[in-house]
Design a protein around this ligand. Structure first.
Ligand SMILES: *Cc1c(COP(=O)(O)O)cnc(C)c1O
Length: 388
């Protein structure tokens, strides 16, 4: 099976992890801030908060921005469920904005329309979570302009997008957002096994997220309700979690950071090759905005065929050992969300996407032969006549 995504671990990565295993601190040691600094410096952000997953990072980002009961958070339906679940964890409700038909990211036009309607009924969102699908940035300048007009906060779910750029600057610098979140799950661009990070420029938000990842505890006397009882003293001043990243994870992440640009460059070579190999087929290859340099976490094609054929093509690829995937099932279709009463006709582009999209395998070690094999199986699956 050729998987749709896969980590790339070398000897230096392994040695970095082993070094932590032999050290004094398996967690909460010095490698955590080193990894945080490496990512913050790479992205041009002031602060970084490492946690045990992007899901945790999204949760504490929402909390730090004050999301709670009675609030509304908007995101795109074409994303992993974690982009929406984070709002529910905080007691808020979730709504979705349909996607752009070219980038498959949250549509700024639909966002503007929905905001104008929401203003009339007094149900404006507190936070909007754009997701940089496949690693290509959303139209952040457009979303940011709307945030100024309608007074909402922005969390970029950049789980796919470390190493990508927008308007020539690294995704993660938070120029157009309050907080940016990365995932280091093994299928993503760099990995720590499980892991995530929140990037932020505001020191108050950074401090709050640091507290929230560790039980809501502070050791800073200035934050306490009274002077410390002694050197042992700490205070829990809010309800936090244990969302900490281990030293082994941070060491792996720090080591992977050295190859981040190389990983993304390799993904671009593979994407370009797919573009060429697929040029004459009835498929839509990933459209790239001139302002964006994608990290190409995913290479999504859309089949210009019926929904029935889409399902057939997908199944044949899987049967023939190609680990294709569909990123993503629109969240409002998940039974847990469907109960909240969403209406499919409100999301025509997401619905159409769902009947056409297929993620082809892409990862740094994908070989030319494997790519040819993927395309061959797409054109003419063994034992079947040509599908096109
Ligand atoms: C992977 C992913 C997440 C969750 O990441 P974890 O690190 O596994 O918690 C969230 N949002 C998107 C868009 C993702 O792809």
């Amino acid at each position: 099976m050729i998987p749709y995504g896969r980590q790339d671990i070398n000897q230096a990565d392994i040695e970095a992890v082993v070094e932590v295993l032999r050290s004094d601190f398996l967690t909460q040691g010095p490698v955590i801030p080193s990894f945080e600094k490496a990512v913050a410096d790479y992205c041009g952000a002031q602060h970084a908060v490492a946690v045990n997953s992007a899901t945790s990072a999204l949760h504490i980002a929402c909390l730090a921005l004050g999301v709670g009961k009675g609030d509304v958070v908007w995101t795109t339906p074409i994303t992993f469920v974690a982009s929406a679940n984070c709002a529910l964890y905080c007691g808020a409700t979730v709504d979705f904005v349909d996607i752009d038909p070219r980038t498959y990211n949250l549509s700024v036009d639909r966002l503007a329309e929905k905001l104008a309607q929401a203003e009339k009924i007094g149900k404006l969102p507190k936070v909007v979570i754009p997701v940089h699908l496949c690693g290509q940035s959303c139209d952040m300048a457009g979303i940011h302009a709307l945030s100024q007009q309608y007074n909402f906060k922005i969390i970029e779910d950049a789980s796919h997008a470390i190493g990508g750029r927008y308007n020539g600057e690294p995704i993660g610098n938070c120029r157009y957002s309050d907080i940016t979140v990365f995932s280091f799950h093994p299928v993503k661009i760099i990995t720590t096994g499980e892991g995530g990070m929140a990037l932020v420029n505001d020191p108050v938000l950074a401090n709050q997220m640091m507290r929230l990842r560790s039980h809501g505890i502070t050791r800073d006397a200035a934050e306490m309700t009274h002077a410390p009882d002694g050197l042992w003293y700490y205070q829990q001043i809010e309800l936090g979690y244990n969302y900490r990243m281990t030293g082994m994870q941070a060491a792996l992440g720090l080591s992977q950071m050295r190859r981040l640009d190389e990983f993304v460059a390799k993904r671009h070579v593979s994407a370009q090759r797919y573009n060429e190999l697929l040029a004459d087929l009835p498929v839509v290859t990933p459209w790239q905005h001139a302002d964006c340099y994608s990290s190409f976490h995913l290479y999504v094609i859309r089949l210009d065929l019926s929904a029935l054929r889409h399902r057939e093509v997908f199944e044949r690829l899987r049967v023939n050992g190609i680990g294709v995937n569909l990123h993503y099932i629109p969240i409002y279709r998940q039974p847990y969300y469907a109960r909240m009463g969403f209406n499919l006709i409100d999301f025509p582009e997401a619905e159409r996407y769902y009947t056409e999209a297929i993620s082809l395998p892409i990862y740094p070690a994908l070989t030319d032969e494997q790519q040819l094999e993927v395309v061959r199986r797409l054109i003419n699956p063994i034992g079947h006549q040509s599908i096109f």
